[in-house]
Ligand binder design. Structure first.
Ligand code: ACO
Length: 334
């Protein structure tokens, strides 16, 4: 099947991207003073050199997401009242409820439908695909998908297995209809709830509400079986990306860029290798930000936006808690 022959419908294209990361830089060297780790281990096992941390008191994910959304509106010359719908992908909502998307929309001056979407590190891809459906059907004209996480709020900075991996940030894209054949062409999204025991935050939800014991037992932090997650991430991210590429006849030559979730450089390399991609086609900024969960892919689009040309073939791929994973094939629209 060719890339554009599958449908006659409108495609949802990304028409702008913006991001925000906090100023505070937590380096590997500073982590060496906090836990038994070292720069060399972190760099060679993960590719991470530093990450950003939101230090301001009393602000959460919506603080960063609102900066990304406001910046996106300004950059794309879009008036707040033009936005029909905002989807917030996050694993670290400001509060259990209301939806952080509602808060972001309010803080950004939007008067539109908004809600949250939870798919851990795959959240942005799920949000992109969800938003695309509303554009394709013609229901909405302008949609913002924002991926944002304050991972530092759920990380135990005494646990060397997890604290070196994550950072805070937000990235947002504007989706609009495209009739030139550019935009989201296809996607594969998958889940496997058996992974819930490998990567989770145990307490604070309805099953184990907060008690003095859950706090004392450090159950409000991320727990990860790194090796198991790693194995699944390598296999599933690569398999899904390859399946999608094959379906559309894409090869290492015809894919212009892979935009992977930034969890571990070795996972990214495995996916790139499977697609037969040269390293300059693989977009990587993990060294600067670590794993910002739902923000990795939009921050990567932001950082490398200048490289893209209209019509470029991009494969976006993610893996995360759930387990959740998937890949999106899109043609860049500007
Ligand atoms: N510094 C130094 N040593 C460490 C550190 C550290 N920060 N962390 C672990 N080690 C040690 C371990 O204790 C172990 O020591 P041992 O051999 O004496 O027992 C050794 O290093 C090797 O540990 P492994 O866990 O086998 O290391 P691995 O190479 O698997 O790397 C990592 C660990 C980086 C966590 C990797 O497994 C990984 O990236 N997993 C996937 C993460 C991911 O993709 N998560 C999904 C997205 S997150 C989301 O959805 C919210």
């Amino acid at each position: 099947m060719s890339a554009t022959s599958s449908t006659n419908k409108k495609q949802a294209a990304i028409t702008g991207v913006f991001g925000y990361v906090p100023d505070y830089v937590l380096t590997n060297q500073e982590l060496e003073t906090m836990v038994d780790t070292n720069d060399e281990w972190i760099k060679t096992r993960t590719g991470i050199e530093e990450r950003r941390i939101l230090k301001e008191e009393g602000v959460g994910t919506s603080f960063m997401a609102t900066k990304a959304v406001k910046g996106l509106l300004e950059k794309t010359n879009t008036k707040p009242e033009e936005i029909d719908f905002l989807i917030c992908a996050t694993a670290t909502p400001d509060m259990q409820f209301p939806a952080t998307g509602n808060v972001i929309a309010h803080q950004s001056g939007l008067n539109c439908l908004s809600y949250d979407l939870m798919a851990a590190c795959s959240g942005f891809l799920y949000g992109l695909v969800t938003g695309s459906q509303f554009i394709e059907t013609g229901k909405y004209k302008k949609i913002i998908v924002v991926g944002a996480d304050k991972m530092s709020s759920i990380i135990n900075y005494e646990d060397r297995q997890t604290c070196v991996l994550f950072g805070d940030g937000a990235g947002a894209v504007l989706l609009e209809a495209n009739e030139e054949g550019n935009g989201v062409i296809d996607s594969i999204l998958r889940t496997d709830g058996a992974g819930a025991t490998e990567l989770y935050m145990k307490a604070g939800g309805s099953r184990y509400p907060a008690t003095p014991e859950t706090v004392a037992n450090k159950e409000h932090y991320v727990t990860q079986n790194g090796a198991v997650v790693f194995k699944h991430a390598v296999k599933n991210m690569a398999d899904t990306s390859a399946e999608l590429a094959e379906k559309h006849g894409l090869t290492g030559d015809t894919i212009d860029f892979l935009v992977p979730h930034q969890a571990n450089l070795r996972i990214i390399d495995a996916t790139a290798k499977r697609l037969g991609l040269d390293s300059e086609k693989v977009l990587v900024n993990i060294a600067k930000y670590g794993n910002t969960t739902c923000a990795t892919i939009p921050l990567c689009l932001r950082d490398f936006e200048d490289k893209f040309k209209k019509g470029d073939n991009l494969v976006l791929a993610a893996f995360g808690g759930g387990f959740t994973w998937g890949a999106v094939y899109l043609k860049w629209a500007y």
